[in-house]
Design a protein around this ligand. Structure first.
Ligand code: G3P
Length: 216
């Protein structure tokens, strides 16, 4: 499973990238607004740090404007993936843009049928928001399992499932078990995944025991 990082914070992206396990970055308008930076320049900075898909969201609501915005954003860098929210206009735009070879991440997916339609429209990725589904009392993992089952039943579907709105390390394990192609993680979740109290205890014990001989 590929691991993306879900933030627009450059320091966090650099720290995550230094681990050597990051395959891409996802951003959204809320994450960029938190940083108080200019959108395009931040996306360009991210492209300099991570060599992988970098999702940048488009916000236009009318078809012509949305297509024009997506073409503009896609031209920023070859690694930019345009993020388009699921909607009727979004689907129309995805069909046009995917035919032009533009990589698309269809975001705000909350049902299998939305994912299926986005895949049919040529989305490179679909982003189910599992945390927000769980927050509403439904089962986000069930959505990932069902998408994975349907996508693998129909080999003509090349779209990858990009599990988003991940809230904790257990979510990562579960989306991996459910067959997600990618999980995009808040930095805090990524760094939590590294640690385990028994690892810390083990390192302490090995260090102590190593005092009895000269280090190599
Ligand atoms: O980037 C989209 C998604 O990961 C946002 O997650 O925590 O705001 O539901 P969250």
């Amino acid at each position: 499973m590929k691991i993306f990082i879900d933030t627009a914070n450059l320091d966090e992206i650099k720290r995550a990238a230094s681990l050597g396990v990051i395959d891409g970055v996802t951003t959204n308008p809320s994450l960029v607004a938190k940083e108080g930076v200019e959108y395009k320049s931040r996306i360009m900075d991210i492209c300099d740090v991570v060599d992988g898909s970098i999702s940048a969201e488009c916000i236009s609501l009318e078809l012509d404007q949305l297509c024009a915005e997506a073409r503009r954003v896609a031209a920023w860098h070859p690694n930019v993936t345009v993020k388009i929210p699921m909607s009727e206009v979004g689907l129309q735009a995805m069909a046009i843009l995917s035919a032009e070879g533009i990589a698309i991440n269809c975001t705000l997916i909350f049902s299998v049928n939305q994912a299926l339609l986005a895949a049919k429209a040529g989305a490179t990725y679909v982003s189910p928001f599992i945390g927000r589904i769980n927050d509403g009392g439904a089962d986000g993992m069930q959505l990932i399992r069902e998408c994975a089952e349907i996508f693998s039943t129909y080999p003509e579907i090349k779209t990858e499932i990009l599990s988003a709105s991940i809230r904790n390390p257990r979510d990562v394990t579960e989306v991996a078990l459910a067959g997600s192609h990618i999980a995009t993680l808040p930095p805090s979740v990524l760094f939590q995944m590294i640690n385990h109290p028994l690892t810390d205890l083990g390192i302490k014990a090995f260090l102590k025991d190593s005092e009895s001989y000269s280090p190599v």
